[in-house]
Write a protein that binds this ligand. Structure first.
Ligand code: ADP
Ligand code: MG
Length: 474
């Protein structure tokens, strides 16, 4: 994968010129973020961090990731409808992990009441790294699948244009013509629009459930604007607005200050810190409603690390997707080694192995959003401490993936221009809509490539570690 830009990457003058063009192109294209100082105003904005050069991605692995996306749509949807599987899988986790337990309680509560929701919308992003074997060949390995608030589908719809221009500036016109078009924002909006239409009320709106701190608003605006283009009204609300303005009518239609809501698209709600008592009440109100939640709480639970680990057990996929051996084979081919730390002999053994050789593994709690995983010495210390304690059950272990690094420049506002050794993570967006038992739409909606310097073990773009990139297929 070293293929690429050896000739230009060390040419300081060419790099400086291309970087200046790149930054202005990003601003013009709308690859934007609000600033840390003014996260809730658009008076001062900056470009979202991105690589100067597109990164090489093996074509076969890129195609493999697209080819398995509909299978993952099917799998996530199947897990979300399988109460027995979710109950069994999360039984040990919810004893020790309070956040998962609270989500699970809402899940059970809405099931007991009976679901009012009949249309289901899933927007997910399956993330992969390219694991470099001893013989130098790379394999596609799933890092995780995000079933709630999967972001950057908007901004990444605009990065290929920037990289195309950069390559031209660097004299690589032919290579520039090979960059693929990519428009996840349109694909996500298509799914939301379909769900809105099936909900069946012209006057009802789509509600984006957004954070208190909205630095990444432009990413969301890309999707919003696609909906406005289809003459679908969009409103942006926070949990606390829902607490104050939300209500259900007798048939559990959701209203915000009298305005009916057809679809609730969560871009918030996946970290424990944002939930106070009022926000939990708001979440419960939304889940009880007839509105199409993207995702419903069952689908959020289907995206936990614990579920991911249980899916890798022999025989589990066969139970969840009966009669679909080909889909199962495609899915399983992307799995890395995943290990349960549940109490018992199996967990004891893998805990001991990881303590003896921590660099082989990543230790993951049931959290989303980057920066939560443990590596190396820290992994060893934590595992030593909790190895004889039920608390270890709130984590899973995963084989560490080792991609081949490549040189690139990470462009960030107010940061010096310097070359870094980088690794990339490819995400494929999946969108599906189900009405009752009928899957009416399921597709791969585009891709996201994020790249980071190798010294950072963890973290995504929002966490300030990775930057936006464009795949250059080799
Ligand atoms: P989160 O829900 O916080 O995004 P992830 O499982 O995606 O959790 O992990 C966060 C980051 O940690 C990933 O983007 C990747 O850079 C790194 N990471 C996660 N799992 C592995 C792994 N098995 N091998 C190498 N790096 C990993
Ligand atoms: Mg992740």
């Amino acid at each position: 994968m070293a293929a690429g830009w050896q000739d230009v990457v060390r040419d300081a003058a060419a790099v400086r010129e291309a970087a200046a063009v790149a930054v202005d192109a990003a601003l013009l294209a709308g690859v934007l973020m609000r600033t840390g100082e003014q996260p809730n105003a658009s008076d001062v904005v900056n470009y979202a961090p991105f690589t100067l050069l597109p990164s090489a991605v093996p074509r076969a692995l890129f195609e493999q990731a697209y080819a398995v996306q509909q299978d993952f749509n099917l799998l996530v949807d199947a897990v979300s409808q399988n109460k027995e599987f979710l109950e069994q899988t999360l039984a040990s986790t919810i004893k020790v992990d309070d956040f998962t337990a609270r989500l699970f309680r809402i899940y059970m509560q809405v099931l007991e009441e009976g679901l009012a929701q009949t249309v289901f919308l899933g927007i997910n992003r399956s993330d992969y790294m390219f694991d470099c074997g001893l013989d130098g060949t790379a394999a596609l390995r799933q890092i995780e699948i995000n079933t709630i608030a999967a972001s950057f589908g908007g901004l990444t719809s605009r990065t290929a244009d920037v990289h195309r221009l950069v390559l031209k500036v660097l004299g690589k016109t032919e290579e520039a013509s090979h960059l693929l078009p990519n428009n996840p924002a349109k694909g996500l909006a298509l799914g939301i629009a379909k769900a809105w239409e099936l909900y069946g009320s012209q006057r009802a709106v789509v509600m984006f459930l957004v954070e208190e701190v909205q630095r990444n608003i432009f990413d969301q605006r890309c999707v919003e604007n696609e909906l406005w283009n289809r003459n679908i009204r969009v409103v942006r609300k926070r949990f606390r607005d829902v607490f104050e303005q939300g209500s259900l009518d007798a048939s559990r239609r959701l209203y915000m200050d009298g305005q009916e809501v057809a679809v609730v698209y969560y871009r918030e709600g996946y970290v424990p810190q944002i939930y106070d008592q009022q926000n939990w009440e708001a979440r419960l109100l939304l889940e009880r409603s007839r509105a199409v939640k993207c995702p419903d709480i069952a689908t959020q639970l289907a995206g936990t690390k614990k579920v991911q680990q249980e899916l890798s057990r022999p025989g589990t996929l066969e139970k969840l997707l009966p009669g679909r051996p080909e889909a199962i084979a495609r899915i399983r081919a992307t799995f890395a080694g995943l290990y349960s730390l549940d109490e018992g002999e199996e967990g004891d053994r893998i805990a001991a192995t990881a303590i003896a050789d921590p660099d082989r593994f990543v230790l993951k709690p049931q959290r989303e959003g980057g920066g939560n995983n443990l590596y190396g010495e820290e992994l060893r210390e934590v595992l030593e401490k909790i190895k004889d304690n039920p608390e270890r059950t709130s984590y899973i272990l995963m084989d560490k993936i080792r991609p081949q690094p490549a040189l690139n420049y990470l462009l960030r506002a107010h940061s010096p221009l310097q070359v870094s050794e980088c690794i990339s993570e490819l995400g494929i967006f999946g969108v599906y809509v189900r009405q009752g038992q009928e899957l009416v739409l399921s597709q791969a909606a585009g891709h996201l490539l994020r790249t980071k310097a190798i010294e950072h073990a963890d973290g995504g773009v929002a966490a300030g570690v990775a930057v936006l990139d464009t795949p250059y297929l080799v």
